[in-house]
Design a protein around this ligand. Sequence first.
Ligand SMILES: Nc1ncnc2c1ncn2[C@@H]1O[C@H](COP(=O)(O)OP(=O)(O)O)[C@@H](O)[C@H]1O
Ligand SMILES: [Mg+2]
Length: 266
Amino acid sequence: MRAVNTSDSPFLLDAAGLTKSFGEMRAVDHVSFQLKAGETLALIGASGCGKTTTLKMLNRLVEPDEGSVRLGGKEAHDIPAHEWRRRIGYVIQSGGLFPHRTVAENIALTPGLLGWDAQRIADKVTALLDMAGLADASYAGRAPSELSGGQRQRVGLARALAGEPELLLLDEPFAALDPVTKDALIDDISALRRRLGFSSVLVTHDFSEALRLADRIAVMEGGRIVQMGGAGELVAAPATEAVRALLAAPRKTARAVAQAFAGFAE
Ligand SMILES: Nc1ncnc2c1ncn2[C@@H]1O[C@H](COP(=O)(O)OP(=O)(O)O)[C@@H](O)[C@H]1O
Ligand SMILES: [Mg+2]
């Protein structure tokens, strides 16, 4: 993955004052954050608090009313939206694969748009299928409907990484997966991140996912970031009731799990 940074800014990504209204309703209200190369930030909060809209403003699927996004020192509006989008990998809940294209064609999409030669595309598809645990020759030619949910999500991740993006956006990528599949995919993404060193923004409503994948957590409430910091900072001093509420359920789970496992060696 490239870590292009042509500006003096120490940040790979700089989102400043992002604001978006739909009619009268302000979905995102002056959201700002920065990301260093290699870092993962989790955007976490209740349904409807503006997470997806924020993420879509980063890759210009939604144009902000106010605010700016810089990636690798370049301002989003200095280049055409479709070119901007190719610098950014995007993974959504259902995988978002094209149903009438094969697994290999789905992965090859962005490299094709980037004008890579056929051999380079083929090599990349092979490497990513391998990475996704779908190296068996039977997978490349399958339709997305012929995969399990976890496999579809792995192909979605492979597709997002195929163009060697500078930034990866993940919008609730585990929401449709059973707990065991989800756990395996979280481990895989962590390992990939160690290997490739990519930078990402992860949207989730699950604090435990944020704990496992993110360096920093930004809690959103009503379109604003109400607290941003390491997990320890949030736990030590929750800034609002919403932050406290977000931590309550995983705490109860952790207590129950600790009780159930007490006395048993892992
Ligand atoms: N295209 C749209 N048109 C109108 N309202 C929208 C649109 N997209 C999102 N919203 C509204 O903006 C708010 C934030 O939505 P969203 O960013 O999807 O929240 P989250 O991802 O945190 O659940 C919600 O109230 C939602 O209904
Ligand atoms: Mg959402």
